[in-house]
Ligand binder design. Structure first.
Ligand code: NDP
Length: 320
């Protein structure tokens, strides 16, 4: 790889980690304990997606569950204890064609690093309604696995027609008395097997040509105003007490996508079975490279892999 010409006063980091969810902070924990003094750019949502969930009951080690924000605060304190530096900044553009890599940040800094771990995650897509934003965490959710448990015995709605919507609707029937699946056209995009599972489930009612016009409620969701996408006619459904969005996730890969291989949606692709990419010194962890599992614990596991791969790669630089 080419060698970058640096300004005289440039400081070169060993490793910069972009993202501060479970993937980024686990990568920080391991690289910090390997004496690499990592710098974490926390991004605009420090702690990542877990900071917008309530109780996390499926992270190992917490018999009685833990609140998402508390879990992330603990991870943060843990990585700081080993010398990780955290900065409230994010990469907006980068140059990964020469060593060290150059990262340009939202705060206007240019940072240089030998190894880069990309753990910027993905964000669930929302409809963009103000009422939906206001009631997020109060009956509106984009994570059935995280929040389904809170909707025992009530009617809820799921928006979307893809595999996520089909999977979440099926999963939510474990808790809800009825799941209304709102599909904006006349067909599901989901695979045949998932669509059949929805069709065969007596607790799911599919409403075709239906979209959410408004989420009703003051403090918590107390109903839905839905719209017929053909006629524009609306009606209120006061029985609905929860709304789950399953209209896809958007990986936060824009600054890196010009350099790192990615799929059509923007998920970055690495060398299978490792955290490596085609660019030596660039590693991936967490949801940025995972459209399938998307769990805190899998993200943490891949953060550990990225840290170990980065450490070994830095060692090989010294040896070479
Ligand atoms: P998809 O992009 O596949 O589907 C999104 C769905 O949401 C579509 O039905 C789309 O409608 C609908 N939608 C999008 N925007 C809106 C909106 N504003 N209002 C109403 N509806 C909207 O996303 P998924 O998250 O479902 O899946 C992503 C990928 O992950 C896919 O490749 C999928 O196969 C995979 N996956 C696989 C699973 C499995 O195999 N177990 C589980 C989950 C995901 P329209 O069709 O009209 O565009």
């Amino acid at each position: 790889m080419k060698i970058r010409t640096l300004p005289a006063d440039a400081k070169v980091e060993d490793v910069i980690i972009c993202g501060s969810g479970p993937a980024g902070l686990t990568a920080a924990l391991y690289t910090a304990r390997a004496n690499l003094a990592p710098l974490v750019l926390e991004g605009m949502q420090p702690g990542g997606q877990l900071t917008i969930t309530t109780e996390v009951e499926n992270f190992p080690g917490f018999e009685h569950g833990v609140m998402g924000p508390e879990l992330m605060e603990t991870m943060r304190a843990q990585v700081q204890r080993f010398g990780t530096r955290l900065e409230m900044d994010e990469v907006v553009r980068c140059e990964l064609d020469a060593q060290p890599f150059a990262l340009h940040t939202a705060n206007g800094a240019t940072l240089y690093t030998r190894a880069l771990i990309i753990a910027t995650g993905a964000s669930a897509k929302y409809l963009g309604l103000p009422s939906e934003t206001r009631l997020r965490g109060h009956g509106v959710s984009a994570c059935a696995t995280c929040d389904g448990f809170f909707f025992r015995g009530v009617e809820i709605a799921v928006v979307g027609g893809g595999d996520s919507a089909a999977e979440e609707a099926s999963f939510l029937t474990k808790f809800a008395s009825r799941v209304h699946l709102l599909v904006r056209r006349d067909a599901l995009r989901a695979s045949k097997i998932m669509a059949k599972r929805v069709e065969d489930n007596p607790k799911i009612t599919t409403h075709w040509f239906t979209e959410v016009a408004e989420v009703l409620g003051d403090k918590d969701v107390s109903g839905l105003r839905v719209r017929d996408t053909r006629t524009g006619e609306t009606q209120d459904w006061p029985n609905i007490k929860g709304l789950f969005l399953a209209i896809g996730h958007q990986p936060n890969s824009a600054p890196f996508a010009p350099w790192v291989e990615h799929d059509a949606v923007g998920y970055l692709k690495g060398v299978p079975g490792t955290s490596k990419t085609a660019i030596p010194g660039v590693f991936l962890a967490g949801d940025i490279q995972d459209s399938v599992y998307r769990q805190a614990v899998t993200a943490a596991g891949s953060g550990c892999m990225a840290a170990i791969d980065a450490e070994r790669w830095l060692e090989s630089l010294h040896e070479g």
